[in-house]
Ligand binder design. Structure first.
Ligand SMILES: [Zn+2]
Ligand SMILES: [Zn+2]
Length: 382
């Protein structure tokens, strides 16, 4: 019914996208294997392709996504210029269009009619299907990217997108390839193969990262954390975290999580080329995880068939933990008030470094300990 109302069923085909995907996929399945069987690729062509892969992939993750869609940090034009150029090379539309749709995705995530790449319309729709027709859910309205239109680099890219995209995908690999004596090798590996791989790797964030993986921070939406997807998406696989804390410049927040986009942004900041890197305080992360565990423990206790006395004991324990959590949150709110007061009296600097840090570290530790206890409690209800 909603299909008919919103016009999904009869949406016209999006021919430019169909032709582009048809061409790139058709050629990668025919021309590339034929060329590989009849010619040799130079080592330079492979290295060039790897470089273009990294540059275009990170332009989407560090540029289109974290810098522009979410404003998770700010960057010097020396960083923004290559991000804009290689972003055009990734053939995913102009930054303004990409960021506009992405902001709509976050606002209406999982809504079957309003999320442009809603996973509720199926894996294929979220992966690529949404681009093959002019669906009403992806109707363009750039009013949500007015802040980005002010950046002359982005305005330029939007205006000259087609020319830039063609030059970066065909002209550039041919020119660099010619300099290394392997123009065709560069075009086929660094242009064609790279674009097909890069497309699918990025599309996995909308499909697989909303389908497959764990949800440690929230079950309010379908986004998942998935280490495997992170390996091919330059760190964007920690999508459950990202959907809850979208303004954080990190997606993988632990040291062992593979998030090269975070490392690149941090690296730029140490050189003075990026600043205002936004990070969600660890306390809020711990709080989200604990709230998620409480919900799971409650569900576990509801569904278990322990002896009534044992069940009662576990429920009392859980109740104690909920009360302890409430007390910690009360202390945390008091700390925020004290902090505000210190800032008002302009004694924040000295105070921040000693008192606040000590109290915050103590509260964070309390939440960590509590998470361990609630996990144990949850295990007992199985
Ligand atoms: Zn998402
Ligand atoms: Zn996002």
């Amino acid at each position: 019914m909603t299909d008919v109302v919103r016009g999904f069923a009869n949406s016209p085909l999006n021919w430019p996208a169909i032709i582009m995907f048809g061409l790139t996929h058709g050629l990668v399945l025919t021309l590339l294997p034929w060329y590989a069987l009849t010619h040799d690729f130079s080592l330079a062509a492979w290295i060039g392709a790897a470089f273009f892969m990294g540059a275009t992939g990170m332009s989407i993750t560090a540029g289109y996504h974290r810098l522009w869609s979410h404003r998770a940090y700010e960057a010097h034009w020396l960083v923004r210029l290559p991000l804009m150029l290689f972003g055009a090379m990734s053939l995913q539309n102009s930054t303004l269009i990409w960021a506009s749709l992405h902001r709509v995705h976050h606002k209406n995530v999982d809504h079957v009619d309003l999320d442009p790449y809603s996973i509720r319309r199926g894996f294929w729709f979220a992966h690529m299907g949404w681009m093959l027709r002019d669906y009403p859910s992806a109707e363009l309205d750039l009013s949500n990217v007015r802040d980005l239109e002010k950046d002359p680099l982005l305005a330029f890219q939007h205006k000259h997108y087609l020319g830039l995209a063609l030059f970066m995908n065909i002209g550039m690999p041919l020119l660099v390839g010619a300099a290394f004596g392997d123009a065709w090798g560069f075009l086929l590996l660094g242009g064609l193969l790279r674009i097909v791989l890069n497309h699918h790797f990025t599309f996995f964030i909308n499909s697989a990262a909303h389908w497959w993986g764990r949800r440690p921070y929230t079950i309010e939406n379908s986004a998942r954390d998935n280490d495997l997807i992170s390996l091919v998406t330059f760190g964007e696989g920690y999508h459950n975290y990202h959907h809850l804390f979208q303004w954080d410049y990190r997606n993988g927040i632990r040291w062992w999580q593979f998030d090269p986009t975070k490392w690149l942004i941090y690296g730029c900041s140490t050189l003075g080329l990026a600043w205002n890197l936004k990070r969600v305080p660890e306390f809020l992360v711990q709080r989200a995880m604990l709230e998620r565990q409480f919900a799971e423990a409650r569900l576990g206790l509801e569904g278990c068939n322990h002896h009534p006395t044992r069940l009662q004991a576990l429920q009392t324990l859980l109740q104690h933990e909920v009360e302890a959590f409430g007390a910690i949150m009360g202390e945390w709110r008091a700390l925020q008030t004290d902090r505000f007061e210190a800032a008002r009296k302009q004694i924040a600097d000295t105070w921040e470094n000693s008192e606040v840090r000590r109290r915050l570290a103590h509260l964070e530790e309390s939440l960590r300990m509590q998470r361990k206890r609630v996990r144990l409690l949850r295990l007992q209800s199985v």
